[in-house]
Design a protein. Structure first.
Length: 378
């Protein structure tokens, strides 16, 4: 999963075009031989006759997809930048690009910006089962460095307001697959809030709580890239699980590489912190008491940006309206055979799985019988 320095800088710094582009003329010629593999293709220029229908935007292609297909509806997202905000509301939508730094779907929305009521702040919102994306980038390029919230006594990364999600898996999503996809942003990059999802050979970048949610998620041989918060001496948290107490698994990282921006100092990022999502209840609004967050890093290589204690506490408001800190020791946060400069010593906070416990951390067990490779479902 190594990349050249120039390509890595392009991904990290978000060197994205500002308008969608279609195929160059030479790309159209090259594409004609592949056209039958797709049901739709994005293009600003007309494609040769006899191929699938082409659409100027992803939104138009999604609108043309069947409402309840039991077979994959494959949309080719060719080389170029497609600046759009989209919802996946139909099952079995597959987006196929030309590479992690070639085919780019990007938007610049953030939390609390003006938008239609209840519309999430995310580049791509998945609300239907069996979604799949491969060989492309999904980014939120909101200018976080120039809009960082001020620090508060209970959070060195500041109060809320600069969350800008790239991918949001929400109600209706299940069995989502991301294969060789770059998911880039700063704060709250990837929100896996429901059901099951699987990420293989992906690059996921961000700084504050940039992989978070209640879902059951496997990250298989992914690169997890922490980004520098300019001018700060602490850069954030990788994972913020919000797992319900009834779920055995939450955010699971298998054989991943935890890397950092080239200018990031040692011991300035935590593996994560336990999140109790604030919710409305009959007797008030407070952190969900049924959240007993769960996350685990197994056989992951960690650079030296990881703090020695690994996990930090996170604040929430309790039923009485008091701000309290959820300690990592009260959640379900584990490691197994971490290695590299950031792999610290086991402790009461940096808890380790036993060999026997680690044997259950296999995709077929974590994902409850779903095989994302062969598409067999229980």
């Amino acid at each position: 999963m190594e990349r050249s320095n120039s390509v890595r800088r392009a991904v990290v710094q978000g060197l994205l075009c500002t308008t969608a582009v279609g195929f160059a003329s030479r790309s159209i010629a090259a594409y004609s031989g592949r056209s039958k593999a797709f049901d739709a293709v994005l293009s600003k220029e007309p494609l040769p006759a006899g191929g699938p229908p082409n659409f100027r935007t992803l939104r138009e292609a999604l609108a043309a997809a069947p409402d309840a297909s039991t077979q994959p509806y494959r949309i080719h997202v060719p080389t170029g930048t497609w600046r759009e905000h989209n919802f996946i509301t139909k099952p079995n939508i597959h987006l196929v690009g030309d590479g992690q730094t070639a085919s780019i779907i990007v938007y610049d929305d953030r939390a609390h910006a003006q938008r239609p009521e209840n519309e999430p702040a995310a580049t791509l919102v998945v609300k239907a089962p069996d979604f799949r994306a491969e060989h492309l980038m999904i980014a939120n390029d909101f200018d976080y460095p120039n809009n960082m919230p001020a620090e508060v006594p209970y959070d060195r990364t500041g109060a809320s307001g600069s969350q800008a999600t790239a991918v949001f898996l929400t109600t209706g999503s299940d069995r989502a697959v991301f294969d060789n996809v770059a998911i880039t942003g700063w704060q709250d990059t990837l929100y896996t809030d429901v059901a099951r999802s699987y990420f293989r050979h992906c690059l996921i970048s961000g700084c504050v709580d940039f992989i978070y949610g209640e879902g059951i998620v496997v990250f298989d041989r992914c690169e997890i890239l922490s980004r520098t918060r300019p001018g700060k001496d602490f850069h954030g948290f990788i994972a913020a699980p919000d797992t319900n107490r009834t779920q055995r698994f939450g955010l699971i990282f298998l054989d991943c590489q935890l890397k950092k921006d080239h200018d990031m100092l040692a011991h300035t990022v935590a593996l994560g912190r336990p999140w109790r999502h604030t919710m409305n209840f009959p007797d008030g609004r407070y952190g969900n008491p049924d959240a007993i967050p769960q996350a685990a890093f197994l056989r992951c290589w960690m650079d030296d940006h990881i703090v020695p204690e690994a996990w930090y506490p996170m604040h929430y408001n309790n039923r009485e309206g008091q701000r309290v800190m959820y300690q990592p020791e009260d959640a379900r946060l584990f490691e197994y055979k971490s290695h590299g400069p950031g792999a610290g010593s086991p402790s009461a906070r940096r808890r380790q799985l036993s060999d026997r416990e680690a044997r259950d951390y296999r995709p077929e067990i974590i994902l409850d019988g779903w095989d994302p490779g062969k598409r067999r479902f229980r």
